[in-house]
Design a protein around this ligand. Structure first.
Ligand SMILES: Nc1ncnc2c1ncn2[C@@H]1O[C@H](COP(=O)(O)OP(=O)(O)OP(=O)(O)O)[C@@H](O)[C@H]1O
Ligand SMILES: [Mg+2]
Length: 242
């Protein structure tokens, strides 16, 4: 059975009006199921961040449809006027610069969002320390972001994205600041999270070496999406399947 996480139909985005109008996304259609890690690739300026921000309910499309889980969140209009609510309920974001709050410790950074989602302090702390432990940071719960390495900071950002139990994780070049070894381990981790938490993940990357971990490759070509099934590759790589 299919578990649709993200579905996009004929999505378009143009910036500007009239003679100055520039069409960036020109009818993108694709699907990422829950449990799948998809890579989004294209040259610089092709519209990767634009597409991700539309799926993340941050940037309004010009037209088309977006489903997140079972909810049609965009159908020429947002389904809820308050798109913040859509984001909070469904989506975890991971960015290249991880924007941890410098004066909060690791645990406080991760539990902030569950707390604003009306969980009790006890619940928020528990779930946050569980995810941080899962990511190998159990000894850093009370450390400050400035005392962590780049890779550790990135794992805190991943824990923070997971802590609200999103159906969807959107990651814009999450490994850009890491060396190749850490980049490999972060992407493997994202794949394991997709499988074990049944999350649909889209990750923008420029690094072809990381595509081997992805179930699917979404390539922007002339403003549309070409979907490449990558699971055949994976089998040959002796990757563990969870
Ligand atoms: N707010 C905006 N107004 C006008 N044009 C924009 C705006 N945001 C993005 N663009 C244009 O849309 C195109 C796609 O930008 P986008 O940031 O999505 O590319 P990208 O694929 O993420 O590139 P990179 O790999 O460099 O991050 C670019 O030509 C950019 O100039
Ligand atoms: Mg970008």
């Amino acid at each position: 059975m299919k578990h649709s996480g993200i579905r996009v139909e004929n999505l378009m985005k143009q910036f500007g009006e009239g003679d100055n109008a520039v069409s960036v996304i020109k009818g993108a259609s694709f699907e990422v199921e829950k449990g799948e890690l998809a890579a989004l690739i294209a040259p610089s300026g092709a519209g990767k961040s634009t597409l991700l921000m539309m799926i993340g309910c941050v940037l309004e499309p010009s037209s088309g449809k977006i489903w997140l889980g079972d909810t049609l969140v965009y159908d020429n209009n947002w389904s809820k006027a308050d798109t913040r609510a859509l984001r909070r309920e469904k989506i975890g974001f991971i960015f290249q610069a991880h924007y941890l709050i410098p004066f909060l410790n690791v645990l406080e950074n991760v539990s902030l969002l569950p707390l604003t989602n009306k969980q009790s302090e006890e619940q928020a702390t528990q779930i946050s320390s569980e995810f941080l432990t899962y990511l190998g940071l159990e000894e850093k719960l009370h450390a400050m972001p400035s005392d962590l390495s780049g890779g550790q900071n990135q794992r805190v950002a991943i824990a923070r994205a997971l802590a609200t139990h999103p159906e969807i994780i959107l990651a814009d070049e999450p490994t850009a600041a890491l060396d190749i070894e850490r980049a490999h381990s972060v992407v493997k981790l994202l794949r394991d999270i997709a499988k074990s938490q049944k999350v649909a993940i889209i990750m923008v990357t420029h690094d072809e070496r990381l595509l081997t971990y992805c179930d699917k490759i979404l390539k922007i070509v002339a403003g549309k999406i070409e979907t490449i099934d990558n699971r055949d590759f994976e089998e040959g790589q002796n990757n563990p399947v969870i």
